[in-house]
Design a protein around this ligand. Structure first.
Ligand SMILES: NC(=O)c1ccc[n+]([C@@H]2O[C@H](COP(=O)([O-])OP(=O)(O)OC[C@H]3O[C@@H](n4cnc5c(N)ncnc54)[C@H](O)[C@@H]3O)[C@@H](O)[C@H]2O)c1
Length: 416
């Protein structure tokens, strides 16, 4: 009898034959080996959602393989809900038991890098929740391990599945918009109440979370900012700490960005406003692309603005502009990223959100905080050691006392 080496994806037997898709290999336990066993690490608000869609068969080729949580009460809840699924009290125990082929890390941010590193070193594919980590020093360590690994490393930037965001990226990357001159991102609809911050012992503390809105809600937007418009070279941040909530970390941010080509940018975010805005405007030499509340409009000038400014004889003229409403909205969000992750493992499909890119948004978040603490511009790439040292100062000087065990589950539906 010959046995398939790993999973369906290479469909290669030890006798060297490649099987057709869907081919069944008697008497081998094909059902077990053919489906990727994904373990969810961290069975909280987000982990429950991942476990749910995996258990409902919404990810072709994958099953909910196991659940890991360090909190025994939470683990008991997982067992009660998924009686057929193995549960483990630690990632080490899961890996020791070879209980998964891939993991989704949905723990508090500080644990994303160390747990993903453990998985990758054990030969297990890893998909980490955003942000990649709390500080770039630890994310660099993760990226170094991932770069040497032959396993797939993805990050849950679910907003990259949104057709509007993809269209914006295409319009910039294809050159349709021309050279970027300015970006403006006002993302203030992440409204969160005090009850939200009180729901978890790790939330909104330097020690437990490592930051506030920049590390929890806005990682999506910081990623889109860099994914679409590229990375700036300098950042000047103005973070307000506990401005709207009884928390020690930032809940209101305005940051100025400078790009290598002279373009400028402003990024504004908060969890303390209502009704908030979601406005992302990228201005280029051929007009501007505006994302507002989920829809994209391209205001396209018929000729390059730089040429028009130079050559038009009328001092008050503005170039003719076509307003193009782009029919692109929504996406598969988390399910889309997980499907893509599984396809990358099984079929070699390129990742929509490579884990290696997670560092960019985190670098922006860290730079905005560091700039506030030092009251100065911060050049990128960020000095990771300096940031780590400053973060330790915040932790040391913290007077917030929270019960680390506090955990109130809240539905994440509609909060992405
Ligand atoms: N992509 C998104 O849209 C999205 C949405 C919400 C949360 N998240 C991310 O998911 C992560 C978790 O957030 P949450 O709201 O679910 O938090 P949560 O507090 O509700 O859940 C975290 C769980 O992790 C467990 N845990 C803590 N340390 C652990 C460890 N070392 N090993 C295993 N389990 C551990 C806790 O016991 C808890 O059950 C965060 O990083 C957050 O940014 C992403």
């Amino acid at each position: 009898m010959h046995r398939c080496r790993t999973f369906l994806h290479n469909r290669l037997c030890t006798n060297g034959k490649r099987h057709r898709r869907g081919w069944r290999h008697p008497p081998f336990d094909y059902q077990h080996m053919s489906e990727l066993r994904i373990a969810v690490i961290g069975y909280g608000n987000m982990g429950r959602y991942h476990a749910e869609y995996l258990s409902q068969g919404k990810i072709p080729g994958a099953v909910l393989g196991a659940i890991v949580d360090t909190n025994p009460t939470v683990l008991a809840q997982a067992k009660a809900t998924y009686s057929e699924t193995s549960v483990y009290e630690s990632t080490e125990a899961l890996l020791e038991a070879r209980g998964a082929d891939a993991v989704i890390v949905a723990t508090p941010h500080y644990y994303h890098p160390p747990l993903a590193i453990k998985a990758l070193l054990a030969g297990v594919h890893a998909l980490v929740e955003k942000p990649a980590g709390a500080y770039t020093k630890q994310i660099k360590e993760l990226n170094a391990v991932a770069a040497k690994s032959d396993k797939i490393f993805g990050i849950m930037f679910n907003q990259r599945t949104n057709a509007a965001h993809q269209k914006m990226r295409d319009l910039v990357a294809s050159g349709e918009l021309g050279e970027i001159k300015r970006v403006l991102y006002v993302i203030t609809n992440w409204t969160r109440t005090q009850a939200y911050y009180d729901s978890g012992g790790w939330r909104a503390t330097w020690e437990g979370e490592g930051g506030g809105v920049l590390l929890n809600q806005s990682p999506h937007n910081l990623d889109l900012l860099q994914w679409i418009a590229g990375m700036p070279t300098r950042v000047r941040g103005f973070c307000a700490f506990g401005k709207y909530h009884n928390i020690e970390v930032e809940d209101d941010v305005t940051a100025y960005l400078q790009y290598a080509n002279g373009a400028s940018g402003v990024f504004i975010t908060t969890t303390g406003e209502a009704p908030g805005s979601n406005l992302f405007e990228v201005v280029g030499d051929r007009g501007k692309i505006v994302l507002r509340d989920g829809g994209v409009t391209f205001h396209r000038t018929v000729e390059p603005v730089s040429k028009f400014l130079k050559e038009n004889p009328n001092g008050f003229a503005a170039p003719e502009t076509w307003v193009c409403e782009i029919n692109a909205r929504g996406g598969e969000e988390h399910i889309g990223i997980t499907k893509n992750f599984v396809n990358a493992i099984v079929n070699g499909t390129p990742l929509l959100a490579s884990g290696l890119e997670g560092i960019n948004g985190s670098e922006l978040a860290n730079a905005m905080l560091l700039s506030t603490w030092t009251d100065a511009w911060v050049d990128l790439p960020l000095d990771s050691d300096l940031y780590w040292t400053e973060l330790q100062e915040q932790i040391k000087n913290s007077s917030t006392k929270k019960d680390a065990a506090t955990q109130k589950v809240m539905s994440v539906a509609g909060t992405f």
